[in-house]
Design a protein around this ligand. Structure first.
Ligand code: ARG
Length: 496
């Protein structure tokens, strides 16, 4: 796992894609000609250059690029590959970049192809000739994989913290609403009564799995490609262990070719993002439904609803809808990544540059969605009266009666049929279970003993479901305790 000293991934300020640039003849020459221009007679077509540059979208990698440069320079000096004077000049220059880099204000040289070229060019201005040695025994192929991994490890820390905060919210609400009855649904039809606390706990466990997934993503990303060079390693006597340790990685990746080709960690992250968003989207969909006049289960807080420009009475669940909508975007990112990677020949391919914007976007969206969802849940009002009123709708306690008959010895299949018959007759008469008296029951379905009428009671039905993981109060209390214990433990070692 990354050490605590590694900074969490900083977020670029809004509109950071338009990063500031400095321009000078010296810079431009250094950038375009220096990195790979030796064998070329002509400059790249300006349009093609603009099409291929990734500097704008590389911005989140800036601080990690500086980290990686520092680690590489220290290692080169330690191994006697550059002199200690050169190392000092480079490290001083790199250190000076920190404040601006960290606040997202580092002015980039105009025309730099990507963040690797940009930092090297800036160093040329500030560290002079020593900067020409920076790229010894490394390549942009191992660099980009290194910095993307570092960004992801840091970002997972942020995201995991948000997952835990959201779980905390769910757990608090669940405790508050342990006894509040509501309909539980299958096929969007009232199926059996449950409690609101029980419903909310279901989301706690979904989030537990999400947290677990992001920890695994972090573990996958936590290996160092640095020093793999382009694909085959290098003839310089480098020390990959030391750069890996310096950057807080667990170990160097054993195979240099795999190290520059592997983007599994991006795919794992995007998959974890898609799953998390799918969970939030389902929750948001319920909130959207529950806030309708037809359901009336929740009233969204003013802070988390919007009005209509034409209909003055409207109160819309826009933020829940946006989370549901943006889930499509995140799933799209995952599909885009898989489609981009499939069929790539082993080794670095420029296609792989396309992995980062979706990765950044998906991770940020997850973080923001968790924050919004958490605030929305914390502030909305659950109309528990209305929920209770609907908890018994559509004969939702029928299973309890069938169970009671089966407990008295009637085979369950037969009990199912008998209760089904009762429901049919009630519908014909326009009755609910609440309208049933012992006499009415005897007349309608004589096989059902009148004393079983009590199991049709809503509270009774919920109280009776005490099996492990059930909605009954004791089973719920056990589940709440378990969830609390897990939340108090650091990390997501377990999913239950
Ligand atoms: N901008 C590139 C990327 O994101 C960096 C690596 C470039 N490597 C190369 N051989 N062109 O993938």
């Amino acid at each position: 796992m990354a050490p605590a000293s590694r900074p969490a991934a900083p977020r670029p300020a809004a509109g950071a894609a338009k990063i500031s640039t400095v321009s000078s003849k010296k810079n431009r020459k250094a950038t375009r000609d220096k990195l790979w221009g030796g064998a070329f007679d002509k400059k790249t077509h300006a349009g093609a250059w603009a099409f291929g540059e990734s500097l704008a979208s590389d911005e989140p990698l800036t601080v990690y690029e500086i980290f990686a440069c520092e680690a590489h320079v220290k290692m080169l000096a330690k191994q006697g590959i550059i002199s200690s004077g050169e190392s000092k000049r480079l490290l001083n220059a790199l250190e000076k970049m920190w404040p601006d880099a960290y606040s997202g204000k580092l002015a980039m040289p105009e025309g730099a192809e990507d963040i690797h070229a940009a930092i090297e060019t800036l160093l040329l201005e500030t560290a002079g000739e020593a900067a020409w040695k920076l790229h010894t025994a490394r390549s942009r192929n191992d660099l980009v994989a290194t910095t993307t991994r570092m960004w992801l490890v840091g970002s997972c820390c942020n995201l995991i913290a948000q997952v835990q905060l959201f779980q905390e919210e769910l757990l608090n609400l669940s405790e508050q609403h342990q006894g509040a009855l509501m309909p539980g649904y299958t096929h969007q039809q009232p199926a059996q009564p449950i409690t609101l606390g029980y419903y909310l706990l279901a989301y706690f466990w979904m989030l537990q799995r999400d947290g677990w997934r992001f920890e695994r993503v972090q573990e996958m990303a936590d290996l160092s490609p640095l020093g793999s060079a382009a694909l085959a390693g290098t003839a310089f006597p480098i020390d990959r262990e030391s750069t890996a340790a310096e950057l807080g990685f667990k170990a160097p990746i054993p195979n240099a070719l795999d190290a520059v080709s592997d983007r599994d960690f991006v795919g794992d992250a995007l998959h974890a993002c898609a799953m998390l968003m799918q969970h939030l989207s389902r929750l948001c969909n319920d909130i959207i439904l529950w806030s309708t006049a037809e359901y009336g289960f929740v009233t969204l807080d003013d802070g988390y609803s919007t009005g209509s420009s034409i209909m003055p009475q409207k109160r819309n669940p826009d933020f829940a809808e946006l989370i549901r909508g943006r889930t499509g975007r995140v799933i799209g990112h995952w599909v885009a990544y898989q489609t981009m990677m499939k069929g790539l020949p082993l080794g670095y391919n420029r296609d792989m540059q396309e992995d980062k914007p979706p990765l950044f976007d998906a991770m940020w969206l997850c973080e923001e969605s968790l924050m919004i969802c958490s605030g929305m849940l914390r502030t909305l009002k659950f109309n528990t009266e209305r929920m209770r009123e609907m908890a018994g709708a559509k004969f939702s306690t029928a299973t309890s009666l069938a169970d009671a008959l089966a407990m008295k010895g009637m085979p369950f299949r037969k009990a199912h049929e008998v209760v089904g018959n009762l429901v049919k007759k009630c519908i014909k008469k326009g009755w609910t279970f609440e309208d049933l008296t012992p006499e009415r029951l005897r007349k309608l379905v004589p096989e059902i003993p009148a004393e079983l009428l009590k199991v049709l009671d809503l509270e009774e039905t919920v109280r009776s479901r005490e099996s492990f993981g059930g909605t009954g109060p004791r089973a719920m209390a056990r589940q709440l305790r378990r969830a609390r214990t897990l939340l108090r433990q650091p990390g997501f070692k377990r999913i239950v």
